[in-house]
Ligand binder design. Sequence first.
Ligand SMILES: Cc1cc2nc3c(=O)[nH]c(=O)nc-3n(C[C@H](O)[C@H](O)[C@H](O)COP(=O)(O)OP(=O)(O)OC[C@H]3O[C@@H](n4cnc5c(N)ncnc54)[C@H](O)[C@@H]3O)c2cc1C
Ligand code: SF4
Length: 842
Amino acid sequence: MLFFATQTHAQHNALDNIGSWPPTAALSFALLPYVRSAYNALYDYVWAEKERKWLREILPRSGAEQGGDAGAGDQAQPADVADDEDDNIFELRVDGDFLEDWGEAGGNDEIEGGEPVPQMIWGMGQDNGDQEAPPLDAPPLADAAPPQEQPAAPPPPPHVHQERRLTISTTHLAETVLGALLFPTISATMGELLRLALPTSWTTPALASWTLRAGSRPGKATGILQERWGRSIVGGCLFVVLKDAVMLYVRWKMAMGHRKRKVLDYDKRKGRVVRRLASHDDSFDPRQQERETDEVDVCIVGGGPAGLSAAIKLKQLANEAGNEDFRVLLLEKAGELGDHIVSGNVVEPSALKELIPDWNDENNPNRFENATPATHDKLRFLTKKGSFPMPAPPQMNNHGNYIISLNQFVKWLGERAEEVGVEVYPGFAASEVLYTPDGSVKGVATNDLGVSRAGKPKDNFERGMEFHARVTLLAEGCHGSLTKQVTKKYDLRRDSQPQTYALGIKEVWEVQPEKFQKGLVVHSMGYPLPSNTYGGGWMYHFGENLVSLGLVVGLDYPNPWLAPYGEFQKMKHHPLYSSVLEGGKCISYGARTLNEGGFQSIPKCSFPGGALIGDTAGFLNVPKIKGTHTAMRSGMLAAEAAYTALAGNNEGTIFLFDYEDKLRNSSIWRELKQVRNMRPSFHTPLGLYGGILYSGLEAYFLRGKAPWTLKHHGTDAAATKTADQCQKIEYPKPDGKISFDILTSVSRTGTNHEEDQPCHLQVKDWDKHAAIAYPKYKGIENRFCPAGVYEYVEDASKDLGVRFQINAQNCVHCKTCDIKVPTQDINWATPQGGEGPKYTMT
Ligand SMILES: Cc1cc2nc3c(=O)[nH]c(=O)nc-3n(C[C@H](O)[C@H](O)[C@H](O)COP(=O)(O)OP(=O)(O)OC[C@H]3O[C@@H](n4cnc5c(N)ncnc54)[C@H](O)[C@@H]3O)c2cc1C
Ligand code: SF4
């Protein structure tokens, strides 16, 4: 280095050149190998371990797919690739490091890291008698020692960086020569690009004298980029860094892809790709077929606000602790995140701000762009033709909140989850809870695909998968189907009152610009609902000329003749709504139940091996009509508790007691407790009017401090009276402009289910159900379902004169039937993953 450094124009004292800026070309070139070594060391320190991990994930799989036989299996190391290479070799072993920079062309070196080789040996691959060249992955030989005299050394661990092997085949030699010719060209080209891209003052020396315009000479270079050789060096270095970055990205991306694919098609035990085709044997029982299994740290069921917030928080905690291998997997039954989400939605951003502080920041390129600030609130009581204003309780003040489409928001949140490393699997419906022999939850299983209605395998049969996890979080939203199973098994409701529900039916309209008032939030009570039925309407103006409107109907309504869908169509004809909708266009429809039980109905939220989060536990604040912020916060609290519990416990069942404690000390508990008496106050004989009066008292004076807690009536199913006890309700025919028939609305949901599959609306005996339910409730199922799934079709062959029919392919997964059917013999189970509605903007 000293020699090069002193080869300079400086005549008097050559050593003066060291430390001067810019350095000379000779010194710069002399320093290059040291820069390269430092870069290699830094690269190894930061990336080598991760890169090897990604390669290990990729390599067995690529072998498996090509040959159908991953002989290397999980043990395959990257070095194995080299074994397969051309063995017709002319081997060149070089002592010294002049080829080091080009060594990466040898494939193996990328994995092994790069250090100088201590010897030079020439040999012929075919002449392998005594002088047989060691295999490509053999350890390096000591100086001047013939290879055969070396004791049989164990193969080096793949991570020993000091031992760089330069066994070069003819192919590699050619690559090396080509590389040596190419690299200067690449460096020069990169240097030229730098000259073009950077400001001229960086790349051109200032003129010797600014007064000498004509014939002026360039002055002395003041920076390395002002010399052509300097730009080439920097360009070459930049190229190496860029190339490494691209390679790392590609490997990471492939590893991520393979992680996902493993779940779908890779049998670890057999070490090959499998596809279980159906056996047409009549004795076939899908349950006898083995299921594939994946082991993760935390498995989350449900990709709504609760599940995604829990997943993001868990990965944030793990990444902060440098534990990037911590696996968080999220299953979502919808084909795409958000496809099954229906909500108002005016969101209170408190939890969101904590989870993703720059969620709405102008400077964040990945911010959520579709949030409309709520500007003013209106609450009106409707009579049949008119309306009058009501004072809005403080809970309904939306200052600082945002109007969003929750369906859009969840898609955005899903992208943020993937960014931090959550494995998100849409199209996977969890259908079964799995238990360990000691009775704790050990994960979930997804349902089988390709089973016929008669339970026989079809050509596309695929057995479901098992996902085993130390912690399973159920985030299924209101009235989850797995939640039902664990609630029963662990008796989670033993100290709480029954959960009560409402059905929300929603449409999104594009309205005429002159009727659009961006940020306006309108709520209504009264018409069209009868006074013995709790509920109300909403209309939110958001985005560009979009209006979200809908009706929430408490499912404890007594009259079986009432149809929530019919009430909603009626509501749209009220002048408060029709004046905005006329001339507009309905672009979307959806329906979903929501919890109304509140504080009194919160069950035990943790069970051995997991917990309930979000709406499936019932954290919706009814007077606010908001559950997004509580769902998100509960997910975050459960994530913190789960991460801490897993960090301190490597085996055995995890109990999330800490989650229960955190809930009790959280804002969720405080806000639900404060409004606990409002919803049950509507059960008095004064009905709607009694409830409004009492709620006003609570909102303005008692503020949740009353020493009593009102009780719920019991279940919504039990609240239903028989048809002959109630007045029949006739609904007007839809006009096709503002109101629509149910099938037109269903077509706007994009819902679909394959017909030839076991019915996911499980009724043990259809005839028996009809014989009990029809005489008493005269077809209530047909009226409570917002998608026209249930029908009583005239059929003279039946004793009742009607036949019960289920058009399961229309189901929009709202869960009303499971909750409201008075006979309680309809069980909503998950259909095949990826089926159901494909909502937009709901
Ligand atoms: C009509 C209506 C209006 C509302 N308005 C507002 C409002 O204005 N503001 C507000 O803050 N809140 C509102 N809410 C409440 C809010 O939407 C919920 O509180 C929130 O969505 C709950 O989030 P979650 O993640 O718990 O459940 P969800 O949002 O329901 O998400 C659950 C997810 O889990 C999936 N899933 C369920 N079961 C399975 C399974 N077995 N396997 C795989 N995936 C499964 C579902 O497909 C879904 O994607 C409203 C709700 C409704 C219905
Ligand atoms: S069948 Fe049940 S879950 Fe499906 S849309 Fe109708 S009421 Fe809702």
